[in-house]
Write a protein that binds this ligand. Structure first.
Ligand code: BDP
Length: 608
């Protein structure tokens, strides 16, 4: 799906601003709906939960309603040969969209865009009332997974106490996320109306490769509309605005001698533009020439062994919740540069398109993840046989790759985070390995595919080892062997001996310790800034001794909001930065360490 842009053939109206809002309940919205007089104000895009200091907003369960009336300019109304498309970049988790009171579409999944053509629904006077009903409920059939049967995430209730069991049945229905980030909901990303000519460019697929110093670009352009005979033309423009190659036709191959590669920062993330024309329509897509490949225990970018330095992140901030905040995105990219990081994972869902576009420009490498987090329910229930998620998971992968396939910054797909791979190893294998093959089949650039392995019994797990890269989340020294870093180091090294024999590249996608900024201790104890530093030093030492180890992504880039709980003090505090982006002691440690770790050839010196 193409990102909405404004150019000579396409207009773009951003519907961000103050909308009207009302909380609902579990009642399914009708097919005809329009707002009432008593609606509150709400900012879009942003999650609704923290916009009013009211537990009803924060802890809401069920539907909520948004509405806004706009008057479109006359040139966008009537039969002017243009298509008008209403696009939502993300509504979390289910959206029902109404135009002038009538339901026009329903979409499931809270982190990917959807759109609908509204040309024929716009009245002559241009008055358009857009209504959106949003459902924030999570369950065994949504991604991410919500617990059913009143089980809290951290299992903090001792099972079997009669009064507690009775209270669980009595209490109000609520979301019980099987994941550790706040279930922020609402219209989290922009809402826009864009126009195209009646015959238009529907999609562009770019597959760059490199032969010697020549860049080879395979491309395919999909068009739609009546005017099927109009020629499709494609020009490749370099960063100095020179046309380097051109072609006619919907599909083909172009060659660019002395090509500039897209390299992770501090290399140059060189971008070319693919300028496509079809009839009256045109669209420009940026792309880069870079290759990705897993070879033995190496992860190669442009043929050279790469070392990941960085974080798993969240979309999370004060007031906005998970709402798009471009200022924060720019700040975060600058902090990534400051700390000499080169990468992050979009834990635990696809992020807003704007951050990928920034990372293309800034040379930050991304592992792009789906919202498949929380697939597991303890020893007694096989989630792969009982959770109705497979079809939705496939749809999410299809939509994710359709949206993100051309970004040079994306070097690997993560199909999900920390599923149960221990209790039902064969079911886990069947589920994840077939999905791995499916994901490969979807990506025109055939990037490596993985999922992120939970800290469970890695010997029983038979599927993680079949991924292109073994990605590990480990909490030795925190949840396991808490506070005892010597024992943690012993255990972690034993585990590394196991992975060494598997013969795959292995990297860390999460490790860390909750740390209260400002809490200091000469003898490093848990929750102090000194303990966080000592824990990371212990891990670094182990990474540096292992050639097959290809990267370190700390948990988490910044402190972030979670469901309240007895293990969380105003959210998860494992940030390297605080939630308002101040560095903890550990940030200075990483800044120094990563300054001395090059992007390429840090490891595998013997077999490169
Ligand atoms: C891991 C999860 C991550 C959590 C982290 C933690 O993947 O989402 O937030 O643990 O507990 O299991 O901090």
């Amino acid at each position: 799906m193409l990102y909405p842009i404004m150019n000579r053939s396409r207009s773009l109206i951003d519907l961000g601003g103050v909308w009207q809002f009302q909380l609902g309940d579990e009642t399914e919205p009708e097919d005809l709906w329009s707002g009432s007089q008593e609606m509150d104000l709400i900012a879009v895009p942003a999650s609704y939960n923290d916009q009013k200091d009211d537990p009803a907003y924060r802890n809401h369960y069920g539907w909520a309603y948004y509405e806004r009336t706009v008057v479109l300019p006359a040139l966008l109304c009537g039969s002017n040969g243009q298509r008008q498309v209403l696009r939502f970049d993300a509504v979390t988790h289910v959206a029902k969209v109404y135009i002038n009171g009538k339901l026009i579409m329903t979409h499931k999944g809270g982190f990917l865009p959807f759109e609908v053509e509204i040309t024929d629904l716009i009245p002559e006077d241009g008055h358009l009332t857009i209504g959106v009903a949003v459902d924030n409920r999570i369950s065994h059939s949504t991604l991410p997974i919500g617990n059913e049967g009143n089980i809290a995430f951290f299992g903090s209730d001792n099972p079997g106490i009669p009064s507690v069991e009775a209270a669980k049945l009595w209490r109000k229905k609520q979301n019980l996320p099987n994941f550790d980030f706040f279930n922020f909901a609402g219209i989290n990303r922009p809402v826009r109306i864009y126009s195209t000519p009646a015959s238009y460019i529907r999609d562009i697929t770019l597959v760059p490769s490199i032969e010697g110093d020549t860049g080879v670009l395979n491309y395919e352009i999909l068009t739609d509309g009546m005017d099927s005979d109009a020629p499709v033309t494609l020009k490749i423009i370099d960063a100095e605005s020179n046309c380097k190659a051109e072609a006619t036709g919907r599909k083909g191959e172009l060659r660019i001698p002395q090509v500039h590669l897209w390299q992770p920062y501090p290399g140059t993330p060189y971008l070319y533009k693919a300028e496509v024309h079809y009839g009256e329509d045109c669209y420009t897509e940026e792309f880069g020439f870079r290759t990705v490949e897993v070879k033995g225990t190496q992860f190669l970018i442009n043929g050279e062994p790469f070392y990941f330095k960085g974080f798993s992140k969240h979309e999370d901030s004060f007031f906005r919740g998970r709402g798009l905040d471009l200022c924060l995105d720019v700040k975060d990219i600058n902090l990534l540069h400051w700390i000499h990081a080169n990468s992050f994972r979009t834990s635990h869902y696809p992020y807003a398109e704007e951050i990928y576009r920034l990372c293309d420009r800034e040379g930050i490498v991304i592992i792009d993840e789906t919202p498949a987090v929380g697939i597991g329910a303890g020893e007694s229930c096989d989630p792969y046989k009982t959770f109705p998620i497979r079809e939705h998971h496939e749809q999410v992968l299809r939509d994710l790759i359709a949206r993100d396939k051309n970004h040079p910054c994306i070097v690997m797909w993560s199909m999900g985070n920390e599923p149960d791979t221990e209790h039902f190893p064969e079911s886990a294998y069947d589920y994840w390995h077939s999905l791995y093959e499916f994901t490969h089949s979807l990506d025109p650039q055939n990037r490596p595919v993985t999922f992120v392995c939970c800290q469970n019994n890695y010997e029983k797990d038979i599927v993680t080892r079949t991924m292109d890269v073994v990605c590990l989340n480990r909490y030795y020294g925190w949840y396991n062997l808490s506070g005892d870093l010597e024992a943690a180091s012993y255990a972690w090294n034993l585990e590394l001996d196991f992975w060494e024999k598997i013969g795959k590249p292995v990297m860390m996608t999460e490790y860390g310790a909750d740390t209260l900024a400002g809490l200091h201790n000469c003898a490093p104890e848990m929750w102090s800034e000194e303990f966080q530093v000592e824990l990371y030093k212990m891990y670094s030492k182990a990474f540096d001794g292992r050639d097959f180890f290809i990267g370190e992504q700390a948990w988490n880039f910044a402190d972030y909001a979670t469901l309240q709980g007895c293990m969380r003090a105003d959210g998860n505090r494992k940030g390297i930065f605080t939630r308002d982006r101040r560095p903890k002691l550990i940030a200075h440690y990483f800044r120094d360490r990563w300054e001395h770790i090059p992007n390429f050839h840090y490891k595998n010196k013997n077999n490169s």
